[in-house]
Design a protein around this ligand. Structure first.
Ligand code: ACO
Length: 279
């Protein structure tokens, strides 16, 4: 895929990692309608892009995202129902549907301020790595609205009931370190280590069988809320589907490397990935 240029985001690719950067630093990456259109388009293309093995979402400058753009997203579309609807649909499409169904692992690299609607893509990504001094907040309450869109729903899913209630109703901020304690992010690191820690995590993911990673992340999302018997049935069918979808035949390779070659320990790390069966 040729790299496309966008007005409000930057897409860069290196060594299997595709970095998507929300790029309105002068507005703390507040999300304008154009940013939503850019993201919706980019994620649709990157989902089927062979170079993209892991997707990292981050923000330019001091912020990850200061949430919806109060001027461009709210005020300017207040009397333009068509544009309000279009931008609303694009927003919900990329920061929920496209991210949660993205076929490769997704990491939110939270580099700074993350408020309101900015929390949605963090929740939607498979993993989140934050700078310890990043600052999160459900600030909606501070200007008299509730966390709408998917925000309240996602917060209630990702956080404990007590934490979701507390942070949504008080609007109190929490930093990256606290976000890791709350299990709102996967882990937090000092700011100067953020990029390298994200690259290391992405490389760890890329060392695994890609079909197994995809099917596992889909399964973890799908079984949440299913009754046990339904989950068992779903996982049986999903496991069978994985065998058909796995070009590397990872199961056979892993078994053979452990049982015959005795060359690795599956409990301690991935098998040696070899040439795909169908090139
Ligand atoms: N919408 C529109 N513009 C914004 C937003 C936003 N959400 N956030 C920041 N900006 C703009 C500011 O208006 C300012 O523009 P200007 O330079 O033209 O005056 C510029 O970005 C820089 O903002 P400052 O406030 O000067 O930056 P500072 O670093 O001091 O503070 C902070 C950053 C804490 C993020 C602050 O801008 C802020 O509180 N923003 C709003 C956060 C918020 O409540 N977001 C939720 C929105 S509601 C929702 O998402 C559903």
């Amino acid at each position: 895929m040729s790299e496309k240029s966008y007005q409000n985001i930057i897409v860069e690719k290196a060594d299997g990692i595709t970095w998507v950067t929300l790029n309105r630093p002068e507005k703390r990456n507040a999300m304008s309608p154009q940013l939503h259109y850019d993201m919706d388009d980019a994620l649709a293309e990157l989902a089927v892009d062979e170079e993209t093995k892991v997707l990292v979402l981050t923000g330019a400058g001091a912020a990850f995202s200061a949430g919806q753009d109060l001027q461009l997203y709210f005020r300017d579309t207040a009397h333009d129902p068509a544009e309000r609807r279009r931008s609303n649909e694009a927003a919900h499409s990329w920061f929920y549907q496209r991210l949660t169904t993205f076929p490769k692992p997704t990491i939110a690299m939270v580099n700074g301020y993350c408020f309101g609607g900015g929390l949605t893509p963090v929740c939607a990504c498979d993993f989140a790595i934050a700078a310890e001094d990043a600052l999160f907040g459900l600030s909606e309450i501070n200007w008299g609205i509730l966390p709408g869109g998917y925000v309240s729903w996602q917060i209630a899913n990702v956080m404990s009931f007590r934490d979701a209630m507390h942070y949504a109703v008080s609007g109190e901020t929490f930093d990256g370190k606290k976000a890791a304690e709350l299990r709102f992010v996967t882990f937090a690191v000092p700011r100067e280590e953020l990029r390298q820690a994200t690259i290391d995590y992405a490389r760890m993911l890329m060392a695994k069988n890609p079909a197994a990673v995809r099917f596992t992340k889909e399964a973890i999302r799908a079984v949440k809320g299913m009754p046990a018997a339904q989950a068992l049935d779903y996982l049986r069918a999903k496991g069978d589907a994985l065998k058909g979808a796995d070009d590397e035949d990872g199961r056979a390779q892993g078994m053979s490397q452990f049982l015959d070659e005795k060359s690795y320990r599956p409990g301690l790390g991935p098998y040696q990935r070899r040439r795909a069966k169908k090139d």
